[in-house]
Design a protein around this ligand. Sequence first.
Ligand code: BGC
Length: 255
Amino acid sequence: MTNKAIGIDIGGTGIKGALVNTSTGTLIGDRVRYDTPAGGQPAEIAKVVKRILGEIPGVKSRYPVGICFPAVVKNGITMSAANISKEWIGLDAEGLFDSTLGRSVRVINDADAAGEAEVKFGAGHNKKGLVIMTTLGTGIGTALLMDGSLVPNAELGHLEIDGVDYETKAAFSAKEREGLSFAEWAKRLQKYYSTLDALFSPNLIIVGGGVSKQHAEFLPLIKLNCPIVPATKRNNAGILGAATYASRHFRDTKH
Ligand code: BGC
């Protein structure tokens, strides 16, 4: 069994991929990135993924391929679609990628992939009990990890608080859209994370997403009953987690 796998991270704006050493949690060689095709249609996205796979240096056909995606993913079927075409809802995404790429792939929710990467190689490494991974971006992605094991598809970014889907208030996109200062945004994050804390009593909360590199601006303002820390794998967490997930659930166990 190889310790190399390919991770591909599909987002609303970009699709990026790289070869990963799944023992060390590091990228081997350069990342390849393309913009997400306008509209985010399945066939268009699958074509870009194929191009990326063809351009990642050092790829061999025997390496597992993991793809992470901003949707609930159950048995390889995408059950929702955030910031991407609604055509993904109910689609056999693994089947689509298998046939477009001519090889077997695994598809996982993007926040679940980031959570896998952080507990295996990053801020959640060796942490006991419940770790909640969160990603602050266009939406809020969440992953529940108990003693390092993933409980998939948590979707806690859509918790209803004050009568609204709170992702629309506390995601990084809301800060941008409404021109909120870090202090103003942190008040909303306080409300969001206090709710998570009250409902789940986690041992640790990890905050990822591009904005987490500015964690010093907002994390110290959030007071909880558990530690809240920045992710360490940031932009590569999806790629690392998708690759790791694929190598654990390789073809032999798929059908
Ligand atoms: C989606 C999740 C996704 C998150 C981050 C949310 O809107 O419902 O499936 O993980 O955005 O992309």
